[in-house]
Design a protein around this ligand. Structure first.
Ligand code: CP
Length: 314
């Protein structure tokens, strides 16, 4: 199957084949990252603009790295230093970037739907680097890529996502990918942050942390996304940590082979204790490293490249 998508806006709209194609291409690019010369000429002559109108460390740097490893020219623009502070709209900003001859825009924005909106008004590819509480597709792709490196096929694998699901774009993207890949996903957290309607997406909802952890092969922690919550969804952070934080005692309920994931940024001592974030079962920094190869694959494919013919682990 050839790759036909120009934009990457959601994982909800990708087929399982397309997810596999991105992962297969990322495997090929990951190999190039361990060579002494890490650059490939795939996007030489192209200019990619990283338009980050919301804070980011990992995603922005990984997109920067990925573009540079593909030999593209990269320009990064953040909200504080852009003319959006003078009242310029997202539409005008993006159309000016296109007029400046950019070949692709990577957008992070606080508004759900912003990347889709740009994809409809621009001629160049738009990559969603996180739009409000909606989706963070490259995070879902790198998370599932990392899970496959550890577990092989995700069919039937038990994945627990624990924390603030309601406001999490990472949770939504992971759910869409994992369900397509055949994983058994359970969402756990306070009922105010894990409403039962999530079951409509093909996952289970549980408020019994101990039994969910006992079953899990992967546990993914999410931070409390205060920046998106309009009112208190639980009495205090201390109470949240007391009931749902992953500490040594709760980690002892896990299968000894279970891996611990977190998309970052971590709030140490809130959703996860430091000894677990830094411990043997944590793959948190592997996720960050895999973010480069996965984003190389996405940039390459959306710029018109074709996927590796060899399918990955499944
Ligand atoms: N995981 C993630 O999106 O991190 P950043 O906000 O630092 O990019």
């Amino acid at each position: 199957m050839p790759w036909t998508r120009k934009h990457l806006i959601t994982l909800e709209e990708l087929s399982l084949t397309e997810i596999d194609q991105i992962h297969a291409t990322a495997i090929a690019f990951k190999r190039t990252l361990s060579r002494s010369v890490k650059k490939v000429p795939a996007l030489r002559g192209k200019t990619i603009v990283n338009l980050f109108l919301e804070p980011s460390t990992r995603t922005r740097m990984a997109f920067d790295m990925a573009a540079k490893r593909l030999s593209a020219d990269v320009i990064s623009l953040d909200g504080a230093s852009s003319s959006t502070t003078k009242g310029e709209t997202l539409r005008d900003t993006a159309q000016n970037i296109q007029a400046l001859q950019a070949d692709m825009i990577v957008l992070r924005h606080a508004a759900a739907g912003s990347a889709l909106y740009l994809s409809r008004i621009l001629d160049i590819p738009v990559i969603n680097a996180g739009d409000g509480a909606h989706e963070h597709p490259t995070q879902g792709l790198l998370d599932t890529f990392t899970m496959k490196e550890h577990l092989g096929s995700l069919t039937g694998r038990k994945v627990v996502i624990l924390g603030d699901i309601l406001f999490s774009r990472v949770a939504r993207s992971n759910i869409h990918a994992l369900v397509k890949m055949g994983a058994a996903v359970t969402l756990v957290g306070p009922s105010t942050l894990v409403p039962l309607w999530f079951t409509d997406l093909g996952v289970k909802v549980s408020y019994d942390l101990r039994s969910a952890l006992a079953d899990a092969e992967v546990v993914m922690l999410l931070r409390i996304q205060h920046e998106r919550q309009s009112s208190g969804h639980f009495p205090s952070l201390g109470e949240y940590t007391g009931m749902f934080g992953l500490n040594k005692t709760r980690a002892s309920w896990l299968n000894p082979k279970a891996i611990i994931m977190h998309p970052g940024p971590i709030n140490r001592g809130v959703e996860i204790d430091s000894e677990l974030a830094d411990g043997d079962r944590s793959v948190i920094l592997e996720q960050v490293t895999n973010g480069i190869a996965v984003r190389m694959a996405v940039l390459y494919l959306c710029a018109g490249g074709q996927p590796e013919l060899v399918m990955p682990t499944e």
